[in-house]
Design a protein around this ligand. Structure first.
Ligand SMILES: Cc1cc2nc3c(=O)[nH]c(=O)nc-3n(C[C@H](O)[C@H](O)[C@H](O)COP(=O)(O)OP(=O)(O)OC[C@H]3O[C@@H](n4cnc5c(N)ncnc54)[C@H](O)[C@@H]3O)c2cc1C
Length: 367
């Protein structure tokens, strides 16, 4: 069976769904070919933060991209909820990152200073000492020396975000084809030809958004997109009375009252399982910050694989050899969803790339 589309997006996770929604919102013909439930899917196992603080301390362009995206989130979430009725639960109370040692405090202060500098002061923050943190989050322990606080951070329910993006892209006219894992892609005189297990697809333009499989398919199109898995393990507790009014990188309280606790960074290749030693470490740090959690029950733990480039920055790349073939990879697909549905989709539809995404071509890896 054969099918033809103007643009095919490969992968229907947070990145593919955001890009496809943005393309469909311009009235363009677009379809998503997605894999199956046995694939690695970061979009179904993440922490749900829209996080800005600290990002881009070593890369000014990344700092500017994140602060720009953070400014768009309130209206983006409102529009998405309005269009779909899916309660993604976005809140922007700001975020805290706790410091337990002097060194953490020193490092964090410097990171925050750099991000603020790179964004000409648009990124604002405070370094809070213990007493200041306690005023905002009274249940912290004496082990907490202080915290960085930034009003630009927020959080949401990432599964509802994915559902809302997919639902909206479909209602805007995008076709969604699950269980169509792309095995190969070639370019001939008629355009791009893709093969799945039992079907062939044709398109004038394709966008690789298939997470850890981006490297393999990109290679078939003459692009070098190095991504590797970095595992994170997350824990979810039973519901507890509200005590944490804003998220942190280690602990956040969901709208429903459960606590999500993370996060590890482990180089375990393609193993997305859990380990008792890491679960213990993650839980112990949370209890060190909030001793009252000691007897709270864990409901669930899981591992998921981040899609990490060598420098940790996103990739927005068009093949030089085969113009019309694009690749999008990133490890902050919740936070950057708003950017992918906006300026990245515009660029794929033919606009000049916005200066904020220009810096993220994969050419930087060709050394
Ligand atoms: C533990 C953890 C915590 C995280 N926390 C945050 C956070 O707090 N904030 C944040 O911004 N980001 C966070 N992230 C990162 C975020 O989850 C990812 O950046 C994002 O989900 C990546 O989306 P994706 O669509 O690129 O990849 P995926 O979600 O992996 O989706 C890839 C899709 O492509 C499909 N696919 C694969 N191969 C093929 C193929 N050959 N053909 C067709 N389809 C294919 C798969 O089935 C899948 O649907 C976290 C990630 C992890 C692992």
């Amino acid at each position: 069976m054969e099918s033809e589309f103007e643009t095919l997006v490969i992968g229907g996770g947070l990145v593919g769904a955001s890009v496809a929604m943005g393309i469909a919102s311009k009235g363009r013909s677009v379809a998503v070919l997605d894999g199956g439930d046995s694939d690695f899917r970061a979009s179904r196992g993440n922490f749900g933060l829209t996080w800005v603080q600290g990002k881009g301390a070593e890369n000014p362009a990344y700092a500017r991209l994140n602060i720009f995206g953070a400014g768009l989130w309130p209206s983006f979430s409102e529009e998405l909820e309005g269009a779909t009725g899916v309660p993604i639960g976005y809140r922007k109370p700001g975020g805290l990152e706790f410091c337990l040692t002097e060194q953490e405090w020193i490092d964090r202060s410097e990171e925050m200073r750099l991000v603020s500098h790179h964004t000409d002061g648009e990124f604002t923050y405070e370094m809070l000492d213990h007493d200041e943190v306690k005023k905002r989050v009274p249940l912290i322990s004496d082990s907490v020396l202080g915290a960085s606080y930034s009003p630009h951070d927020g959080h949401l329910n990432p599964l509802y975000l994915l559902r809302a993006l997919q639902q909206n892209m479909i209602s805007l006219g995008c076709r969604y084809l699950p269980n169509q894992k792309v095995a190969s892609v070639i370019r001939d005189q008629d355009g791009f030809k893709l093969h799945t297990k039992d079907r062939q697809f044709f398109a004038d333009r394709i966008v690789l958004c298939c997470g850890l499989d981006n490297s393999r398919l990109a290679q078939q199109l003459g692009m070098h997109i190095p991504v590797e898995p970095v595992r994170g393990q997350l824990l979810v507790t039973e519901r507890v009375a509200p005590f944490l009014s804003m998220p942190s990188l280690q602990v956040r309280q969901t709208c429903e009252g459960t606590l999500q606790i993370g996060d590890s960074h482990e180089h375990t290749d393609l193993d997305d399982g859990t380990s008792l030693s890491m679960i213990t470490k993650i839980a112990s740090r949370a209890v060190k910050i909030f001793p009252h959690l000691e007897n709270v029950h864990l409901n669930r733990a899981w591992g998921a694989l981040r899609i990490m480039t060598p420098d940790g920055l996103p990739v927005y790349h068009q093949s030089e050899q085969y113009p019309g073939a694009f690749a999008v990879s990133c490890h902050s697909g919740v936070t950057l969803s708003v950017v992918h549905a906006g300026m990245v989709a515009d660029w794929i539809c033919g606009s000049e790339p916005h200066h904020l995404i220009n810096a993220f071509s994969a050419d930087r890896f060709n050394v």
